[in-house]
Design a protein around this ligand. Sequence first.
Ligand code: SF4
Length: 411
Amino acid sequence: MMADKTVKRLQANKALRQIIADFYADGHRAKEEGRPVGWIPPMNGLIELFYAMDIHPIFPENWAPICAAIGTNARHFAYAAARGYSGDLCGYFRNNIGYALDGIDEADQPLGGLPRPDFLISFGAGCIPTMKTFQVLCDHYRVPTFRADLPQVAMEDIKEHHIAYGVSQIERLVEFLEELTGRKLDLDRLSRAVACTDEACRLWDEIMDTRRAVPAPFSAAEIGIMFVMVTRHGTPIAVDFLRDVLAEVREKVRKGEGVIPHERLRLFWDNIPLWYNMRLFNYFEKWEAVVVAETYSAAWTMRMDPERPLESIAYKSLVSYPLVSCVSLNKRLELIEKAVRDYRIDGAVLHSNRSCKPISMGQMDIQKMLAEKLSVPSVMFDGDHMDGERFTMAQFQARVDAFMEMLLERK
Ligand code: SF4
C-alpha cells in the first residue's frame, strides 16, 4: 500500500522547505521595496547576472511544479483552456499562462503566489513552449521586455562564434538592466556569482556520484533538492545547502545505510518526474528497488569558469536545455549508457511524457540501445509531468508490477 505522502528520508529536506519559502518571500520583499522583479526562463546564465546586480529572478517554469504538488494546477489549466489554449500543449505552459493571466490575484495561492513582473526576458535557445510562454506574458503584461534569439545548437557542436554571439547578447542585456535599475554591473561580483554556480555544480556532481554506492544513500524521491540548482545558482545559499547534503549522504554511504534495508534492484528513470505524484518513486520499494539515477537530475549541472564570467554565462545560456534542444540523440544515448554502467542499473523506467515532447522523443531508441547493447530491460508508461488526468495508476501498476517481477527473476 502506498503512503499518501512521498516518503523522504534526507534531513536536508527541512532546510530545503525553508529555502523554498525564503526564495518566494525574497521576491515579495523586493516588490515591496520597489526593486524590479524580472520573470525569466530557467536553465541559463541570466541567474548569475541577476544575483550579481541584486535583482530577484522569478522562474515561471519552477512555479509550475509547486502548483502541481499543491494542486492548484487543475484550475490554472481550466483558465488556460477558457482562453483557448489547447490541452495538448505542455503542462508548464498551460499552468503558467492560466496562473499569470487569471490566477495571479487569487488570495489562496501557495507561498503568496508570484510577484508581478516589472520586466520580462525571453532569451531564446530553450524549447518552443518556453518561448511561447514569454510571448504570451509580454502581450499580457506590457512591461519592458528584453528579447534575444540564442540559437539551438547541440552542445557538442557549440563553437567559439556561438559563445561570442551569446556574449554580445548578454552585453545588450546588461545595458537593458543597468538602465532599468540605475545600477552598474560589477564584473567582480559576476565572477563571484559564477564561482558559486561552479561550486554548486561540483557539489551536485559529487552528491549524485554517492548514489553509485550499493546500497544507494538516497532515491529519486529526494530530487526536490534540485530547487537550489534552479533558483539559487550564483549564490552561497546553494553552495551551503549542497555542502550539507553531501555531508549527509556521504555519512550514509560510510555507514552502509541505504534507502531501504535491503536494496535488491537498482533502477534508472527517464524524463521529468510526475510533480503531483512524487510518491511514485516510493512505489518501487515494495520490490526492494530504488531509483538511483535519472536523466533529469543530470540536466542541472555544468562547470563554469569564474575567470571568464561573460563567456561562462553565454555558454550556459546556449545549453540552457541540455536534455531538450541542445543534446543530440546520440549524445543522449551516450549519457544514458554511461549512467547505466556507472550506477549498475538493473532496469530502466521510461516516462513517456505527453506534456514534454522534446524529452520524450527518442525513447524508443533508448529502449533499443538498452536492450541490444547493455542487455538492460526497460518499461515505458504513459504519463504527464504536470497533469494528473493523463496518468492512470492502474495502467502504471499493471506495467510496472510485471516488469519488476521479471527483473527479480533475472536477478
Ligand atoms: S522542456 Fe518540456 S517540460 Fe520544459 S517547457 Fe519545454 S516542453 Fe515543457
